[in-house]
Design a protein around this ligand. Structure first.
Ligand SMILES: Nc1nc2c(ncn2[C@@H]2O[C@H](COP(=O)(O)OP(=O)(O)OP(=O)(O)O)[C@@H](O)[C@H]2O)c(=O)[nH]1
Ligand SMILES: [Mg+2]
Length: 696
């Protein structure tokens, strides 16, 4: 395998809104470069990138795939990322290691929420962007309108380097602005093309655009600007030398037109990437911290290796694969590296170059390159591997918090351990997926970025770990409390066979302020009850309060006073007072007008203004109470208190109410009294459940 110098490597992430043609674009590139002989298709599930079962049967990308090819002597490392927001962690990892982002936009649909999101992430990562407007073979595309919309979103400096000449079915020609040419593509999907000088109206058009382009390029550099003014223009050599810097500085964002499906326009895009695209040299220095957390800079030409793990994935046929980018030094088969984040040593096994699932083994890879390695022991997404001589940890990706939750139900007993290790492994692979074992309600809550993400997680658990699980609505942590005072004089007496039991507990209870918990006191006077039984009574009260009395939920905000009772010289003992305390508490609780409290979450919603009506209407049907409203960059922000019970899969609802443009975050706020009818439902459900359990 040829070794590539950093300046000859092009690492990029293809990102964008769902279904904009990213996977087909990478397929077209592979075909043009001769890596594959024939393009696969999404419908047949035969693309190099979407090779997982879960991608083929849904016909969408779920994982980012690494592919590579050579074009004009440059090595392209392509990361084709999923467009669905559910799988954003894949795109975030890829953007972190890319030297630029190739943002795909569908010619029919224009800029979508997904486009905005990836634009923002690429900007935060400080990498330049290139835009591909795809699917010009479709009916009813309008290049000018789409360009205007893109400029409206991302600024006037989005500049077309190619323009569709004959959009619509049969589309095979583009106007090449830098070359003043009309390029005609072969219709056999090979990506091959012939060139001819632009004539007639196209010649005029391209001349004008050409002028604008040169002016833009001149702006990127003071020396060029001077020449531009002196000579009233730039020579071909001059402006070509300036394009690279202009793109780096994003003085302009180049835009290209394609039909990925038919491999039209893709080869010219690849030419520009090879000639002027960003390479690792453009980001030769990255910031990190050393072993003690002090700032440190890693340079492309540092001798000691620094690798960033941007993705890990468990594959049936490979085992665990860790994808890395090398920021300094090189990595060799059999060498030892140190994982600064896990504080452990890793031995480097087989190193691979990948094209989807096809792997080529190499003995080493050097700075700037991207590859994968198998079977690291304890290395997760986001970790840095380096030389033990010079410890480095590169910054982690900041992943969004999950916004959808479900309870994982295990259908077969005895699989708990397998499920637990599966969940842990899946979280390490995908940090946007979280889980929590809720011992109070004996449920495992899984949290993800969307309904599809949840489904994929459950599918992976079932397949990889061979367990039987499904997702159900989580049980809500209701609380029980009282409205008034109550009391009980409870006698526990057992005299059948063996030693007898006797205890009598007199108890008063009263409500306490919200969120103050349960408080146990004794105010015994005289000698009716020996003080040694006080802890026994308290134990009984605690047991009853933890089990719940009304509907099986923990009792809170109650003050208990054990003020008197009776005992028997022989039959009174610890267990007898525990039982009496338990029932005395239950009786007094039921006498004190018991009620349920429900958890209320603070919800922050961000939506386009035109969706206000629908979202507000929906919130009120969920018993939401608006706490505040604000505007932010054309978006409406709503803050509301909504019962947790009403928020099950809210992110899916919000997506459908806003055409995918709304997002929300939720967090527990406080407990509140419930409306009667809702309370009644919860109590009835719990009764039913208890009856079922007894019957089993
Ligand atoms: N007509 C036409 N269809 C296209 C083109 N590019 C992609 N498609 C089709 O559009 C659909 C989505 O294409 P993909 O390549 O999977 O899009 P994607 O952006 O990778 O989608 P996700 O990764 O799921 O976000 C598929 O049915 C493709 O066959 C194109 O240039 N022209
Ligand atoms: Mg895709």
């Amino acid at each position: 395998m040829k070794e590539y110098k950093p300046g000859d490597i092009r690492n990029f992430a293809i990102v964008g809104h769902a279904s904009s043609g990213k996977t087909m674009l990478s397929e077209a590139m592979l075909e043009a470069a001769g890596v594959i002989n024939r393009m696969g298709s999404i419908a047949a599930g035969s693309t190099v990138s979407d090779y997982h079962d879960n991608e083929q049967h849904r016909q969408i990308s779920v994982s980012a795939s690494l592919m590579h090819l050579e074009w004009l002597g440059k090595k392209f490392n392509i990361l084709d990322c999923p467009g669905y927001a559910d799988f954003i962690s894949e795109g975030l990892g890829a953007l972190r290691v890319g030297d630029f982002a190739l943002i795909a936009i569908h010619a029919n649909h224009g800029v979508g929420v997904g486009t905005d999101a990836v634009w923002k992430y690429a900007t935060e990562d400080g990498i330049p962007k290139m835009i591909v407007v795809n699917a010009f073979d479709k009916e009813e595309t309008d290049f000018e309108k789409t360009l205007a919309q893109i400029r409206d979103h991302f600024g006037e400096r989005v500049f077309p380097l190619t323009i569709p000449v004959n959009p619509g079915p049969g589309f095979n020609q583009v106007l090449d602005v830098p070359r003043n040419e009309i390029i005609t593509y072969a219709t056999d999907k090979s990506g091959k093309f012939t060139e001819a000088k632009a004539t007639g109206e196209w010649a005029e058009r391209v001349e004008e655009l050409h002028k604008q382009l040169i002016e833009l390029i001149a702006e990127s550099d003071d020396a060029l600007m001077e020449k531009f003014f002196d000579k009233g223009g730039l020579s071909e050599e001059e402006w070509r030398a300036g394009i690279h810097t202009a793109i780096q500085k994003q003085v302009f964002t180049p835009l290209f037109v394609t039909s990925a499906e038919n491999n039209i326009g893709v080869a010219r895009l690849m030419d520009i990437i090879a000639k002027y695209g960003s390479s690792p040299v453009d980001r030769a220095k990255v910031k990190g911290v050393d072993g003690d957390g002090n700032p440190i800079e890693v340079s492309l030409d540092d001798p000691d290796p620094v690798l960033y793990i941007f993705k890990t994935m468990s594959e049936a046929q490979f085992g665990e694969l860790s994808f890395f980018r090398i920021y300094a030094g090189s990595v060799k088969f059999g060498s030892e590296l140190y994982n600064t984040d896990r504080r452990s040593t890793e031995k480097i096994g087989q190193i691979y170059l990948l094209n989807g699932k096809t792997r080529t083994s190499v003995t080493s890879l050097s700075a700037g390159d991207i590859g994968a390695v198998v079977k690291l022991k304890d290395t997760h997404t986001g970790n840095t591997l380096c030389s033990p001589r010079r410890l480095v940890s590169l910054p982690k990706v900041d992943y969004p918090k999950p916004n959808i939750h479900a309870s994982l139900r295990s259908a077969v007993k005895g699989e708990e351990d397998k499920i637990a290790s599966g969940l842990a492994a899946l979280h390490h692979e995908d940090p946007t997926f979280l889980y929590m074992v809720d011992s109070e309600l004996r449920q495992t809550i899984v949290s993800a970025q969307g309904e599809l993400h949840l489904e994929v997680i459950a599918e992976r658990l079932r397949k990889r770990y061979n367990v039987h699980v499904d997702l159900i609505e989580p049980r809500v942590r209701y609380r029980e409390t009282i409205k008034t005072k109550g009391d009980s004089k409870y006698r526990h007496k057992k005299q059948t066979g063996g030693a007898g039991q006797f205890a009598e507990v007199w108890m008063r209870i009263e409500p306490k302020p919200r969120d103050t918990g349960l408080e146990f006191h004794q105010s015994l006077a005289g000698q009716n009850v020996d003080r040694v039984f006080v802890p026994s009574v308290e134990k009984g009260v605690m047991k009853a309060s933890e089990e719940g009395i009304l509907a099986g939920y923990r009792v809170v905000d109650v003050k208990v006073d054990f003020y008197d009772g009776k005992m028997h010289p022989v039959d009174s003992k610890d267990i007898a007072f525990q039982i009496a305390g338990y029932f005395a508490f239950k009786e007094s609780f039921m006498a004190a007008r018991p009620m349920l409290l429900e958890p209320i979450n603070t919800v922050e919603i961000r939506i386009p203004e035109d969706c206000m009506g629908k979202v507000m209407g929906d919130l009120s049907s969920r018993r939401g109470k608006i706490q505040g409203m604000d505007m932010d960059g054309g978006f409406q922000l709503i803050k509301a208190h909504v019962p947790a019970k009403e928020l099950y899969r809210y992110s899916s609802t919000l997506r459908s109410l806003t055409g995918g443009r709304g997002v929300h975050a939720e967090e527990f706020s406080h407990y509140e009294e419930m409306p009667r009818d809702a309370e009644h439902k919860v109590i009835e459900e719990s009764k039913k459940q208890r009856q079922q359990q007894q019957a089993e």
